[in-house]
Design a protein around this ligand. Sequence first.
Ligand SMILES: NC(=O)c1ccc[n+]([C@@H]2O[C@H](COP(=O)([O-])OP(=O)(O)OC[C@H]3O[C@@H](n4cnc5c(N)ncnc54)[C@H](OP(=O)(O)O)[C@@H]3O)[C@@H](O)[C@H]2O)c1
Length: 338
Amino acid sequence: MKAVGLYRYLVIDDPESLLDVELPQPTVSGHDLLVRVRAIAVNPIDTKVRKPKEIVEATPRVLGWDAAGEVVTVGADCSLFQPGDRVYYSGDVTRPGCNAEYQLVDERIVGHMPLSLSFEQAAALPLTSVTAWESLFDRLGIALDAAQNQDRSILIIGAAGGVGSIAIQLAKLVAGLTVIATASRPDSVAWVSELGADQVVNHHALTAEMAAIGVPQVDYIFCCSHTDDYFLSMVELLKPQGKICVIVDAFKPLDMTLLKAKSATFVWESMFTRSMFKTSDMIQQHHILERVAELVEAGTLTTTLNEVVSPINAANLRAVHARIESGSAIGKIVLSGW
Ligand SMILES: NC(=O)c1ccc[n+]([C@@H]2O[C@H](COP(=O)([O-])OP(=O)(O)OC[C@H]3O[C@@H](n4cnc5c(N)ncnc54)[C@H](OP(=O)(O)O)[C@@H]3O)[C@@H](O)[C@H]2O)c1
């Protein structure tokens, strides 16, 4: 089968950082589905896994953790899917990724893709939807019932990116929160407004802009960017008894004692926890993806796809990795076709 892989971990403008390779097609067992991959999205995790280091792989390492495709065969222990089903999923960062024509994935972290969407529109959604859903509803404990969230507000930092784009919709259209989104460029401001943000502030002057719009503090903060840079602002902008969820590594110690006076909650989200540790509730990611598909079919949620690049090959993937690495993506960039 065709695939894009790497032997060495190199800067993205090195033509050997991602290579076109031929690999044997994998065979299913247990809870795995064999999926024919039709479209993939690139996420910052791909570029972080690929970042330069002194390791050389004996066989090509395949990256990619966002896919839409068709089930080809199912393992003996599968009960959720059948051959021919159209599916979407992020996958497991400890296993080979979706930058390949065929991929094995545990059915407990897969959903039926919304049939009203194309493969490209569906591939934009899984990783970011699971991340945003787990952050808002599992980690921050926000009620799924909008009636319980009246007069409650959330600040989403870095809201025009892939995660923020779906988080705005879940927070506004599912949870009924007042959503303040951060964006710093005219295009990203327009994008987050279109997705439903009630107000938009520039993250490069966060506390001043929050004061300027008359919202000095919020109930929840979901930070999708530079945890270190925003930590002190988040402490200041949080209401007493409020909750903060972060998804980006911190590179220096964060002073948790600053949260004590407000009895604030600080929580991490990693969307790979459930698959990496095979937690007893890992099937929750199947349920999240099924629920997101229902919300798309109902017209509540919309795809966050912003651009399609074709075909899926090393040259195109290198170009998209470079754009994701620049930190300037708006919504999702998807690659499709072999
Ligand atoms: N823990 C997890 O499970 C998990 C899951 C998914 C993603 N992540 C991480 O979360 C981060 C966001 O992911 P993503 O897919 O949304 O990324 P993305 O799509 O690449 O985000 C791009 C957006 O980031 C914004 N941005 C750039 N610099 C910023 C800054 N200094 N402050 C605030 N916003 C800034 C930009 O908005 P403007 O152009 O408006 O500045 C841009 O639209 C990444 O670091 C990713 O690795 C973690």
